[in-house]
Design a protein around this ligand. Structure first.
Ligand SMILES: [Zn+2]
Length: 239
């Protein structure tokens, strides 16, 4: 049941999701309600599944798709950058566009209050939904097919990451094949540093990036520095 008074927003994703032959980019969504607040506060769900649930709940139409099960699947297939972008738009509609936080000058340690307009966050060099795979050649001669990470990859990362494998899992979920074979975690772990760095570079170029950085100068010492806006899933909605 929809509250008749809840605000409705619309966005166009940077990449979108391909379903059959159509790429759906337009999302009509409603603001957050108590249902989503409970999801965000849940201690039983993983962060990535919370985000998926919240994003999917608020979708009223994903392109031409309105069926709930289909919408859930589409949301899990959104690229990570698109997911964060939509999450930010949900925050803007539900709470507002201004985010305030405290940052520390790296030169003198002075703490400074920052005010940022979330409407400025965009995805740079976003991939197109019809080419989310790319074949590359690593320095060792291995042929690797990489893929753009999405909500499903995020869930896999969260489930599989332990203290000592985070970097490897991050690469592993973005590999479709190595020399035409399905990748194994061991293969990725044993890759040379050169190969892994080349792989990371190609992945970054393929995925584009959500630009959430800001430039500022310290009022105490005048040092100019760059920082990231704190957009971390759950806390982001409880300012
Ligand atoms: Zn300073």
């Amino acid at each position: 049941m929809e509250d008749a008074k809840s605000s409705v927003g619309e966005i166009d994703l940077f990449t979108g999701v391909q379903e059959a032959d159509v790429v759906h980019k337009h999302i009509v969504f409603r603001e957050l309600s108590g249902i989503e607040e409970d999801v965000l506060a849940s201690k039983k769900m993983s962060v990535s599944s919370k985000i998926t649930r919240v994003l999917a709940n608020c979708v009223q139409a994903f392109g031409t798709i309105q069926d709930r099960d289909a919408v859930n699947k589409m949301v899990r297939k959104m690229t990570i950058a698109d997911r964060i972008f939509y999450l930010i738009q949900l925050r803007i509609l539900s709470i507002g566009r201004d985010i305030q936080f405290v940052d520390k000058c790296p030169a003198c340690g002075n703490e400074d209050k920052k005010d940022f307009d979330l409407n400025q966050v965009v995805v740079k060099d976003a991939p197109v939904a019809t080419s989310l795979l790319k074949e590359i050649l690593l320095p060792s001669g291995k042929k690797v097919r990489i893929k753009v990470a999405n909500g499903e990859s995020e869930e896999k990362i969260e489930k599989a990451t332990t203290d000592d494998n985070a970097a490897t899992i991050g690469l592993f979920v973005r590999i479709d094949s190595i020399d035409d074979q399905p990748p194994s975690l061991v293969h990725v772990k044993q890759m040379s540093f050169k190969d892994r760095n080349a792989l990371r570079k190609e992945i970054d170029a393929l995925e584009g990036e959500l630009d959430d950085t800001y430039k500022t100068s310290c009022p105490a010492c005048g040092h100019e520095y760059e920082g990231d806006i704190p957009i971390n899933g759950v806390d982001f909605f409880f300012p």
